[in-house]
Design a binder for this molecule. Structure first.
Ligand code: AMP
Ligand code: ZN
Length: 473
């Protein structure tokens, strides 16, 4: 079965066929670096990570570009409020963003262009000049340059808006606007006092780019005129992605993007998690409460990307339990794998259900269901002594492939010497059938955050995730 995705442009599930396989040219709208990203933003980035990893598991070579919006209305407003130069102000949030990506195990993109880099400002100006020469861009009396919407009849197709039904409201200088206020959008914004030190010289005087042209310029500069995949959250569809299509296609004459993929929002009590609503958590907020990056990753990835995901602490606690279950199973397999040389007899390791679920528009719920079925079945066989070391090795091999997509492996935590000594003591107590000592040592280990289970293969232990008490919140 080929890989298939729901394409926002056609509103249909389509077979995925990139322009020059195995290469996949992928562009993902990155953060606006005026604050720490919240976990709603990270839902979008975790979804894009799953997409990239699955495509790679299917043999594609993904070249992903994620931009950093480091100049726009919000970055300027907040840097001025903070009394810091724009560059210094955004640098801090760029660095924080990269730390957060690492904590969530999101694979680094091939490139992270920032809008203020001179080569991209030059590209934006070049594109606007091209649009102007075609009569599509015009400078208005306020000094700003606008895109003449009447020259691009396809505007609204991605968002499936009927422009005839919407009343044009003239020119729009803000980067973000509501569907009701459709109008010629700004490509280049003439400098005004609120911009302070921020500005670049251009054929239209000093000013700065609009948000939409930033993405068109960075995407086409790095990926060429035709992209295979463009992603973002659903809130990016209109006006941002709609404007990206209009600008890019008018400049290049080519179809800008083959497949548009958008993830639904992370919600809090029925509302989109958003800075403007104030109902958000940053990654830092949650790690301070004791949740690990991989637990948050699990919670964000585990619901199919086109469904809204409700953020709750119960959801995080469920992610924690699911990961403990996976850890225990993998530890059990690892232990068994080292106990003999018999070949594999079970077919579990040949299962492809995980991958085929993801082929179907990234059906992660189905894929995880398959993983937990496999865990249950192999645990049952191990309980019954019907699983050989060879079976365990083969299944671990399978798990390595699956985990290459999920990135759920435990945090690399060395076992402290003190814990090792307690584990050895307890193993000895059990050998001597000194059950009271064994129980006492188990309690002592539990108090230090190490859970012990006794199995036929010996004692197994998992480190209770950091701050497990937080699950009670
Ligand atoms: P921004 O920094 O606001 O430009 O957003 C960066 C990315 O996060 C975009 O792809 C947005 O669509 C996405 N995004 C923002 N809020 C949410 C949310 N609550 N749930 C999912 N994605 C979001
Ligand atoms: Zn963008």
């Amino acid at each position: 079965m080929p890989v298939r995705f729901f394409n926002t442009y056609t509103r249909e599930i389509e077979d995925f066929v990139p322009i020059a396989p195995p290469l996949v040219r992928m562009y993902t709208c990155g953060p606006t670096v005026y604050n720490f990203a919240h976990i709603g933003n990270f839902r979008a980035y975790v979804f894009e990570d799953l997409l990239e990893r699955h495509l790679e598991a299917r043999g594609f070579k993904v070249h992903r570009v994620m931009n950093l919006t480091d100049v726009d209305d919000k970055t300027i407003r907040n840097s001025r409020a903070a009394g810091a130069p724009l560059e210094e102000f955004t640098r801090r949030f760029k660095e924080a963003f990269f730390e957060d990506l690492k904590r969530l195990r999101i694979k680094p993109a091939a490139e992270y262009p920032a809008a203020t880099e001179p080569r991209y400002i030059a590209k934006m100006i070049e594109m606007i000049r091209e649009l102007e020469s075609l009569g599509i861009a015009y400078q208005a009396e306020d000094g700003s340059v606008y895109f003449r919407l009447s020259r691009f009849p396809d505007y609204g197709r991605l968002a499936h808006l009927n422009l005839d039904e919407l009343r044009p409201t003239g020119r729009i200088r803000n980067d973000d606007y509501e569907k009701e206020s459709i109008g010629d959008f700004a490509l280049w914004k003439a400098w005004d006092e609120a911009d302070g030190e921020v500005g670049w010289d251009s054929p239209w005087g000093r000013g700065r780019p609009g948000w939409h042209i930033e993405c068109s310029a960075m995407a086409t500069a790095l990926l060429g005129p035709e992209l295979d995949i463009h992603c973002g959250g659903v809130d990016n569809i209109f006006p941002h992605h709609e404007a990206e299509i209009a600008q890019s296609e008018c400049c290049t004459g080519k179809k800008f993007v083959r497949y548009w993929l958008h993830c639904a929002h992370l919600m809090v009590q029925g509302q989109k998690m958003a800075k403007s609503v104030g109902n958000f958590y940053t990654l830092r907020d949650l790690t301070e409460k004791g949740w690990s990056g991989r637990e948050i990753r699990y919670a964000l990835i585990s619901v199919n990307y086109r469904l809204p995901l409700n953020f709750t602490f119960e959801g995080l606690a469920a992610a924690r339990s699911a990961l403990v279950r996976i850890d225990e199973w993998a530890a059990r397999l690892t232990e068994l794998a080292g106990t003999g040389s018999r070949a594999s007899a079970h077919a579990l390791a040949a299962e492809t259900g995980f991958q085929t679920a993801l082929d179907d528009d990234l059906n992660i719920a189905g894929a995880l269901g398959h993983l937990f079925d496999t865990i249950r079945e192999s645990n049952r066989l191990m309980d019954q002594g019907q699983f050989t070391a060879g079976d365990a090795r083969a299944l671990l091999n399978w798990w390595n492939g699956v985990n290459g997509v999920l990135a759920f492996e435990p945090e690399a935590a060395a076992i402290p010497a003190e814990i090792e000594a307690l584990l050895d003591k307890r193993a000895l107590a059990r050998k001597n059938k000194d059950w009271p000592a064994s129980d006492r040592l188990r309690d002592e280990l539990a108090a230090k955050g190490w859970e012990i289970k006794d199995t036929k293969e010996g004692q197994r232990f998992v480190r209770r995730p950091e701050g497990a008490q937080a699950a009670q919140i």
